[in-house]
Design a protein around this ligand. Sequence first.
Ligand SMILES: Nc1ncnc2c1ncn2[C@@H]1O[C@H](COP(=O)(O)OP(=O)(O)OP(=O)(O)O)[C@@H](O)[C@H]1O
Ligand SMILES: [Mg+2]
Length: 304
Amino acid sequence: MTMIDVRGLTKRYGLDTVVDDLSFTVEAGQVTGFLGPNGAGKSTTMKVILGLASPTAGSVTIGGRRYRDLPVPLEEVGALLDAGAVHGGRKARDHLLALAAGNGLPRRRVDEVLARTGLESVAHKRAGGFSLGMRQRLGIAAALLGDPRVLIFDEPVNGLDPEGIRWIRDFMRSLAAEGRAVLVSSHLMNEMAQTADHLVVIGRGRLIADTGVAEFLRGRGEGTVLVRTPEPAEFALRLTATGAAVREGPGSALVVSGLASEEIGKLAAYHGTVLSELTPQRPSLEDAFMELTKDSVEYQGVTA
Ligand SMILES: Nc1ncnc2c1ncn2[C@@H]1O[C@H](COP(=O)(O)OP(=O)(O)OP(=O)(O)O)[C@@H](O)[C@H]1O
Ligand SMILES: [Mg+2]
């Protein structure tokens, strides 16, 4: 089910077109990764979805309604945009109690979200003394207060240590498993590939790719095979004779494309060639992402 519908969204700041005729949907029960290089327009798009910025053109709806038409917004959509935003002098639980009271949400939700985010033991500590990881959890607890079906997180793993990243990743997966729609932005492709079901990639405010993660992984093409042998020149000739493409890799290794490692091994055995290494290599996700967004980044470099 479509929970967020972004349609023909354009946002201009003065003469700058920051989001350019962007359309995509965010579905229930999935983590949708929102990817793009710095300045691509991710945060701006999220702000428009949340009614914090108005679109220049186009429309955005959450559960079929515009943000400003939601009767109790926090019951429809929760968001974590900037973890630093919590007032440091306030205790974690008091912060959430104030938020609940201000939005007409039941007090019991406060203890529920504290438990859910593992913050019970620090509920009576001041947020000012929290680590970044703890502040992120508090921000997520606040986003969950209204038990919303839609969650929006802007770069939630930025600056976190591996354990914090793992926690956030698992948490998003569990939210999606409950049937919620989760939109999470990042500029880290590898991170998103491990967290998201679906990817929306933008560059310079424009849609570059809108694809399932599995599909994206499949579509990034065949990898190469790294081959080491004491007789690289001779074996390179044997390889090219079968139609494979060979180029020189690090330390006189051969980088072979067009032939699977199994076939390369058989060819070596057939000719009695000694192999000291035979390693299949997939292009990294980061590489695929850079390739995909290359033009939008270069273009920005020229005009900035
Ligand atoms: N209030 C504003 N006024 C003018 N320009 C703005 C405003 N907010 C954002 N921009 C510009 O819009 C562009 C997109 O910014 P945005 O923050 O949406 O990108 P982003 O994809 O979130 O980038 P990052 O990965 O760095 O967070 C940038 O060039 C930014 O300078
Ligand atoms: Mg941003």
